[in-house]
Design a protein around this ligand. Structure first.
Ligand SMILES: [Zn+2]
Length: 118
């Protein structure tokens, strides 16, 4: 397969140029990605409204099928849309070869497999 030209949006997520069936045009996805990046930026700065910003970013991500970058996604609670900060709203521990992330406000738990060398 040919290497497709890719565009890099604000947070470095790569969106391929080729448009699949049912997918929104590139400029729409690019604009969605930029909005998501901006909203996540705002969420990190503004503690009072961070949940609203995160929930907007997530709904845009779902509607336009634009992924939230993995490094940011890890620090967003799926259950209550909080921004997770180690020590403040996030509890990290290691258990049976897994990294366990616990959201302090709602108690949701996510596990990530520990790779060798981590
Ligand atoms: Zn939570």
């Amino acid at each position: 397969m040919l290497a497709l030209p890719a565009s890099t949006c604000a947070f470095g997520a790569v969106i391929t140029m080729k448009r699949k069936r049912g997918q929104k045009p590139l400029w729409v996805r690019e604009s969605a990605a930029n909005t998501i990046a901006r909203l996540l930026e705002l969420a990190e700065q503004d503690d009072d409204h961070s949940k609203r910003y995160v929930s907007l970013a997530r709904s845009i991500s779902k509607k336009y099928n634009v992924p939230i970058p993995a490094d940011k996604k890890r620090f967003i609670c799926k259950k209550c849309d909080s921004i997770l900060r180690v020590g403040k709203t996030l509890e990290v521990r290691v258990s049976r070869g897994f990294l366990v992330y616990k959201c302090k406000p709602c108690g949701a738990v996510r596990r990530y497999k520990l790779e060798k060398g981590d």
